[in-house]
Design a protein around this ligand. Sequence first.
Ligand code: ZN
Length: 282
Amino acid sequence: MEASPYCGIIDSHFHTQSMLEKGMDVFSVFDRLFESGFEGGIDIGCTHDDLPGRSRLLEKYPKILLAGAMGPWEAGRSETKPPEPEFVYSQVKSVSQIEKELGILRVNLEKYRARFIGEIGLDYYWDYGTHEKQSLIFETQMKWANELGMKVLIHDRDADEDVMDVIKRLGPKEGGVIHCFDGNAALMDTALERGYYISFAGNLTYRNNVQLREMLKKVPRGRLLLETDSPYLSPVPLRGRPNFPEHIIHTYRCAAEVLDIDFGELKDIILENYSALAGGRP
Ligand SMILES: [Zn+2]
């Protein structure tokens, strides 16, 4: 019998809660994937209070690791731009509210044994809150990563310079992952120097992203990861549809083609990197 293409596959970044909110039958997908030899992945945190619920939801999947964090969106409604459509934080948030929420997250990180702090970072595209509020949230968690010896998962949208500055200043010493890497060479160099992995999402497969595929070739093999960012960013040929961790297979195939290596060899490289990131076999 031919081995399943999912045998030994991982997905380094997805959002189970958001898939459920979109009405997706995510548990059937997980069950099917694990039966086919899927090696798991990281369920990403977005808000200060989502860890308890996510931990319960994923209890029966020991190979799905939990990350917890306040993302830049928790800086509240943009004070410079019109709010993001359908954005839950329609309110401007005070610094004291943000500090209170950071306190709740800190307790949750330890109580629910999150393995990573993520996703954290800066987002100047939607420009949540103010840059100062986003920095407060980001830098506080980078300092925690150093205190707790944890790795971080970084979100960067239109904020390369400031993200690089924070990585240069704060590390953290354990490194982490630049998630959904968008091709900025300076960011890649800075992150690699600080021990980070570079993770490519489904946009790697988009026809016009020639430059991103060129960057893929430049990442040292030992620092490369792949992800779906489900339910967002479905790869070609499923672009535009809600994304599932199952769709990672298309990104693997694309990456193997770009790197001109065997699909099986790529699977081994990614699994080895993921295992090292997770601190052992997933
Ligand atoms: Zn994400």
